[in-house]
Design a protein around this ligand. Structure first.
Ligand SMILES: [Zn+2]
Ligand SMILES: [Zn+2]
Length: 138
Protein backbone atom coordinates (compact mmCIF):
# COMPACT_ATOMS: atom_id res chain seq x y z
CA UNK A 1 0.00 0.00 0.00
CA UNK A 2 1.41 3.31 -0.98
CA UNK A 3 0.52 6.62 0.52
CA UNK A 4 -0.15 9.01 -2.22
CA UNK A 5 0.74 12.58 -1.42
CA UNK A 6 -1.65 14.86 -3.10
CA UNK A 7 -0.13 17.73 -4.94
CA UNK A 8 -1.33 20.87 -3.08
CA UNK A 9 -3.71 22.85 -5.19
CA UNK A 10 -2.69 26.47 -5.73
CA UNK A 11 -5.02 28.97 -4.12
CA UNK A 12 -5.89 32.45 -5.23
CA UNK A 13 -4.65 35.23 -2.99
CA UNK A 14 -7.54 36.70 -0.97
CA UNK A 15 -6.17 40.19 -1.40
CA UNK A 16 -8.43 41.59 -4.15
CA UNK A 17 -5.66 43.96 -5.17
CA UNK A 18 -3.33 40.98 -5.74
CA UNK A 19 -5.29 37.88 -6.87
CA UNK A 20 -2.02 35.95 -7.39
CA UNK A 21 -2.01 32.12 -7.44
CA UNK A 22 0.06 30.62 -4.66
CA UNK A 23 0.65 27.31 -2.89
CA UNK A 24 -0.24 27.47 0.78
CA UNK A 25 2.71 26.84 3.10
CA UNK A 26 0.53 26.47 6.19
CA UNK A 27 -3.04 25.57 7.05
CA UNK A 28 -5.59 28.26 6.40
CA UNK A 29 -3.19 30.51 4.54
CA UNK A 30 -5.36 32.81 2.47
CA UNK A 31 -2.85 35.21 0.99
CA UNK A 32 0.35 34.84 -0.97
CA UNK A 33 2.49 37.01 1.28
CA UNK A 34 2.45 38.76 4.70
CA UNK A 35 2.11 42.03 2.81
CA UNK A 36 -1.19 40.85 1.30
CA UNK A 37 -2.19 39.59 4.73
CA UNK A 38 -1.80 43.09 6.18
CA UNK A 39 -3.65 44.57 3.23
CA UNK A 40 -6.77 42.44 3.75
CA UNK A 41 -6.61 42.93 7.51
CA UNK A 42 -6.89 46.65 6.86
CA UNK A 43 -9.81 46.13 4.50
CA UNK A 44 -11.58 43.91 7.02
CA UNK A 45 -11.07 46.39 9.83
CA UNK A 46 -12.46 49.20 7.74
CA UNK A 47 -15.45 47.02 6.85
CA UNK A 48 -16.01 46.11 10.50
CA UNK A 49 -15.81 49.75 11.57
CA UNK A 50 -18.31 50.71 8.87
CA UNK A 51 -20.70 47.92 9.84
CA UNK A 52 -20.47 48.95 13.48
CA UNK A 53 -21.21 52.57 12.61
CA UNK A 54 -24.17 51.44 10.48
CA UNK A 55 -25.60 49.40 13.33
CA UNK A 56 -25.18 52.35 15.69
CA UNK A 57 -26.97 54.69 13.31
CA UNK A 58 -29.82 52.22 12.80
CA UNK A 59 -30.11 51.72 16.56
CA UNK A 60 -30.42 55.46 17.20
CA UNK A 61 -33.04 55.74 14.46
CA UNK A 62 -35.06 52.87 15.94
CA UNK A 63 -34.85 54.39 19.40
CA UNK A 64 -35.97 57.78 18.10
CA UNK A 65 -38.89 56.09 16.36
CA UNK A 66 -39.93 54.33 19.58
CA UNK A 67 -39.69 57.59 21.50
CA UNK A 68 -41.85 59.37 18.95
CA UNK A 69 -44.60 56.77 19.09
CA UNK A 70 -44.52 56.78 22.89
CA UNK A 71 -45.07 60.54 22.89
CA UNK A 72 -47.83 60.14 20.31
CA UNK A 73 -49.56 57.51 22.44
CA UNK A 74 -49.32 59.75 25.50
CA UNK A 75 -50.91 62.62 23.60
CA UNK A 76 -53.72 60.40 22.29
CA UNK A 77 -54.40 58.87 25.70
CA UNK A 78 -54.49 62.31 27.28
CA UNK A 79 -56.97 63.56 24.69
CA UNK A 80 -59.30 60.59 25.31
CA UNK A 81 -59.11 60.99 29.09
CA UNK A 82 -59.68 64.72 28.88
CA UNK A 83 -62.83 64.09 26.84
CA UNK A 84 -63.96 61.44 29.33
CA UNK A 85 -63.49 63.77 32.30
CA UNK A 86 -65.38 66.57 30.58
CA UNK A 87 -68.31 64.16 29.99
CA UNK A 88 -68.07 62.59 33.47
CA UNK A 89 -68.29 66.01 35.07
CA UNK A 90 -70.82 67.40 32.62
CA UNK A 91 -73.36 67.90 35.40
CA UNK A 92 -70.84 69.64 37.67
CA UNK A 93 -69.76 73.23 37.70
CA UNK A 94 -66.22 74.46 37.60
CA UNK A 95 -63.94 72.85 40.17
CA UNK A 96 -62.20 76.17 40.88
CA UNK A 97 -64.90 78.81 40.79
CA UNK A 98 -68.66 79.01 41.16
CA UNK A 99 -69.57 78.76 37.49
CA UNK A 100 -72.54 76.38 37.16
CA UNK A 101 -72.74 73.43 34.80
CA UNK A 102 -74.98 75.55 32.60
CA UNK A 103 -72.21 78.13 31.97
CA UNK A 104 -72.04 78.61 28.24
CA UNK A 105 -68.29 79.03 27.89
CA UNK A 106 -65.60 76.53 27.04
CA UNK A 107 -64.91 73.67 29.46
CA UNK A 108 -61.47 72.23 30.00
CA UNK A 109 -60.13 69.23 31.83
CA UNK A 110 -57.99 70.56 34.63
CA UNK A 111 -55.21 68.65 36.35
CA UNK A 112 -55.40 69.30 40.08
CA UNK A 113 -51.65 68.74 40.08
CA UNK A 114 -50.15 69.83 36.79
CA UNK A 115 -48.75 67.32 34.29
CA UNK A 116 -45.38 69.00 34.58
CA UNK A 117 -45.25 68.82 38.38
CA UNK A 118 -46.74 65.35 38.72
CA UNK A 119 -46.44 63.41 35.44
CA UNK A 120 -47.02 60.07 37.21
CA UNK A 121 -50.67 60.94 37.87
CA UNK A 122 -51.42 62.64 34.57
CA UNK A 123 -53.88 59.82 33.73
CA UNK A 124 -55.27 59.55 37.25
CA UNK A 125 -58.95 60.44 37.02
CA UNK A 126 -59.04 61.63 40.63
CA UNK A 127 -56.44 64.18 39.63
CA UNK A 128 -58.63 65.55 36.86
CA UNK A 129 -61.67 67.72 37.05
CA UNK A 130 -63.82 69.76 34.81
CA UNK A 131 -62.88 73.38 34.97
CA UNK A 132 -63.95 76.40 33.03
CA UNK A 133 -61.45 77.65 30.50
CA UNK A 134 -60.96 80.82 32.57
CA UNK A 135 -59.73 78.92 35.63
CA UNK A 136 -57.74 76.33 33.70
CA UNK A 137 -55.77 78.95 31.84
CA UNK A 138 -54.73 80.68 35.03
ZN1 LIG B 1 -1.15 38.40 -2.74
ZN1 LIG C 1 -63.81 78.41 36.86
Amino acid sequence: MTIERKQPKPKTCKNPACGEKFVAQRLGQAVCSPKCGLAIKDVNQTKARKALADVGRRDIKVRKEALKTRADHAREAQAVINRYVRLRDAHLGCISCDKPATWGGQWHCSHFRSVGAAPHIRYNLWNMNRACSVCNNH
